[in-house]
Each structure stands twice: as structure tokens, then as C-alpha cells.
Design a protein around this ligand. Structure first.
Ligand SMILES: Nc1ncnc2c1ncn2[C@@H]1O[C@H](COP(=O)(O)OP(=O)(O)OP(=O)(O)O)[C@@H](O)[C@H]1O
Length: 321
């Protein structure tokens, strides 16, 4: 995905914002290309929502440059023009509890010059059949789907989603992901925040990790923080009667769960040697796995909350770490 030939959908350059003594955003820069799904990741309080609110025109920045569909959201002269072209799914959306689902979506449709069809949008967010229910009678996840409907009803070319699937059950979450991908397919640009690494991995073309008001890493989910270049770890149980000295490749002593680890930049070759050795001896490499750091491992390292050593999920579970 490139921005060549056309301005990016979102440009943020050295953005700064403080609340009194709290420096919430301390020089954030990133760009989002047209038609791209871009995810902001980061711990609670990192500055993601503040950044989104500035882009949406709800909050004034202290310094830096911001462009949203080529417009400056802080310019009062562009406010309405911009709002007609963007869709918002915020963390807390004030909806009227005594309106029905259909009334709520139809009312918002009236705010836009060329809205999408109300029933089509209700169907897209899997609320078909719930049109006549009052908002106050919806479950938390259903309300969140209504929020998504309100983000879509104006047929936006840019959609801001602040933790869009929090509270969704697994089926609703997968439908929402499908829908967001379909929107991208139709040319919509999506800028979202999420705490779900699975969501970022599934949806995002690129991610930026924000910590303490700064971007600490940016890239595709599969290459973030050098993930794609990280050494692989092969783990297995040492065959009975064997020591690590017998193995054809260097391995650590058995650790948690009794597994040995081979760390290698050439997993294909190491596996070939290991399995050839095992077959030659007529022994099995029980529980063998090959892993590279997950997006969550990298995220935890980048945000300073992870274990210093990369420990795969199943080993953490087995050892209670
Ligand atoms: N209206 C406000 N007044 C004062 N401080 C605020 C305000 N809004 C946010 N902050 C502070 O700014 C910092 C960044 O908050 P922000 O909501 O942007 O983080 P976030 O990354 O979106 O967090 P979360 O993942 O919890 O939603 C935090 O320290 C927060 O306490």
C-alpha cells in the first residue's frame, strides 16, 4: 500500500497535547494511506484516544501538523465538510435509550448528505430482527454493534474506530472483522485503536505502537519490531536416555515442562538434522513445536511490560509464568 500519487488519508506530524501537567501525546507522527486499515496499539493511557480525538476535531492540539482527508480538523471552517466524510465509533457514544434501533440509525442518517440505506446498515452489523427494540434493552455487545452502524450510516470515506469490538462475542467479532475488511475492499480507509493483538493481526495493513505518548514502533503486523527476522525456537522433549550432548544441534538444558530449546536462524535445516537424527535412532521428538515471537510478544517487549525472555504461550501456561 503506498501513498504515491495522492495525499495520504491521514497525516500526523510531531503531534503534541498535554492536559495540565500530563503530557498525553509527545511528538506522535504517522500517515495512513487511502484504503488502508491502520491500527494504533498501546497500553491504557498511552495517548491513542487523545490522538484520535484531535483527528476527529473534538480536541485541540498544542503543536504539530494534522491532515485528515486533506483538511485540518481544528479549522472551524472545515468542520461540517469533514464530519460528513468521516464515520466515528467512539468508546462512549451517547445514544437515546428510548429510541429503537431503527429510529436511532434513521435519525443519524438524516445528518448526512448521502447516507447508506438504514436497513442495509442494520443488516451489516448483524442487528436485523432487532430493529424495533429500544436501545436500553440491548446487550452491551448489541449496543456496540449499533455504535458501528452509526459509524457507517454516513457512508464515510474514512472511519475512526476506537476499540470497535470490545464486548463482542466471538461470532460478532468475526462478523465485524469481515465487515471492516469489506469496507476496505470498497475503498474506505480505517484508523482504529485496539487492545486485541488478534484484531490487529487479522485486520491491520500496518500498526503503530504508542507508549507514553510516543510511537515506539511501526510496521506491518508480521514485521513489527523485527518479528519476521527473529530467530525461531524449536522445542521438544528430550528422548529417554539422551542428553543434549547427543543432539546434532545445540540445545538448552531441559527447562520448564521438561522441554529443550533449539534457537536458530535456519529452522528448516535444524529441523532436518533433528528429525534425521531422531529417525536414525528410532526415537521420537515428543511435543515438537516451532515458533517465532507472536505480535503480542513483540508488543509486550516494545511497551516494556513483557518478560525479558521470549516465552511461548504454552510454556507460560504449563509453568504458570
Ligand atoms: N480529558 C482529560 N483530562 C485530563 N487528562 C486526560 C484527559 N483525557 C486523557 N487524559 C490523560 O491523558 C493520557 C492519555 O489518555 P488517552 O485516553 O489518550 O489514552 P489511551 O491510549 O486512549 O488509553 P486507553 O487504552 O485506556 O483508552 C492519560 O494519562 C489520561 O489520564
Amino acid at each position: 500500500m503506498t501513498t504515491q500519487g495522492q495525499a495520504a488519508a491521514v497525516v500526523v506530524a510531531d503531534l503534541r497535547k498535554s492536559y495540565g501537567a500530563v503530557a498525553a501525546v509527545r511528538g506522535v507522527s504517522f500517515t495512513v494511506a487511502h484504503g488502508e486499515i491502520f491500527a494504533l496499539l498501546g497500553p491504557n493511557g498511552a495517548g491513542k484516544t487523545t490522538t484520535l480525538e484531535i483527528l476527529e476535531g473534538f480536541r485541540a492540539r498544542d503543536a504539530g501538523r494534522v491532515g485528515v482527508l486533506g483538511l485540518d480538523p481544528s479549522d472551524p471552517a472545515v468542520g461540517r465538510r469533514l464530519r460528513e466524510r468521516i464515520g466515528l465509533v467512539l468508546q462512549d457514544i451517547a445514544v437515546e435509550p428510548y429510541l429503537t434501533v431503527r429510529e436511532t440509525v434513521a435519525r443519524d442518517a438524516g445528518y448526512y448528505p448521502s447516507p447508506r440505506d438504514v436497513d442495509e446498515v442494520i443488516g451489516l452489523v448483524c442487528l436485523a430482527g432487532q430493529e424495533r427494540r429500544k436501545v436500553r434493552a440491548l446487550s452491551g455487545g448489541q449496543k456496540r454493534r449499533l455504535d458501528l452502524a452509526l459509524g457507517l450510516i454516513g457512508d464515510p470515506s474514512l472511519l475512526f474506530l476506537d476499540e470497535p469490538t470490545t464486548g463482542f462475542d466471538p461470532n460478532a467479532r468475526r462478523s465485524a472483522w469481515r465487515l471492516i475488511r469489506e469496507l476496505r475492499q470498497a475503498g474506505t480507509t480505517v484508523l482504529l485503536t485496539t487492545h486485541s493483538m488478534e484484531e490487529a493481526q487479522e485486520l491491520a495493513d500496518r500498526v503503530a505502537v504508542i507508549a507514553d505518548g510516543r510511537v515506539v514502533a511501526e510496521g506491518t503486523p508480521s514485521s513489527l519490531g523485527g518479528r519476521d527476522r527473529a530467530r525461531a525456537r524449536i522445542r521438544f522433549a528430550l528422548p529417554r536416555g539422551c542428553t543434549t550432548a547427543d543432539l546434532p544441534v545445540a540445545a538448552t538444558a531441559p527447562g520448564d515442562g521438561g522441554l529443550v530449546t533449539v534457537e536458530t536462524g535456519e529452522p528448516t535445516e535444524a529441523l532436518h538434522r533433528l528429525t534425521g537424527w531422531a529417525l536414525g535412532r528410532g526415537v521420537a521428538l515428543d511435543g515438537i513445536t516451532v515458533e517465532r515471537p507472536s505480535l503480542e510478544d513483540v508488543y509486550l517487549r516494545l511497551t516494556g511490560r513483557g518478560a525479558p525472555e521470549y516465552v511461548p504461550e504454552y510454556v507460560r501456561e504449563a509453568s504458570g509464568r
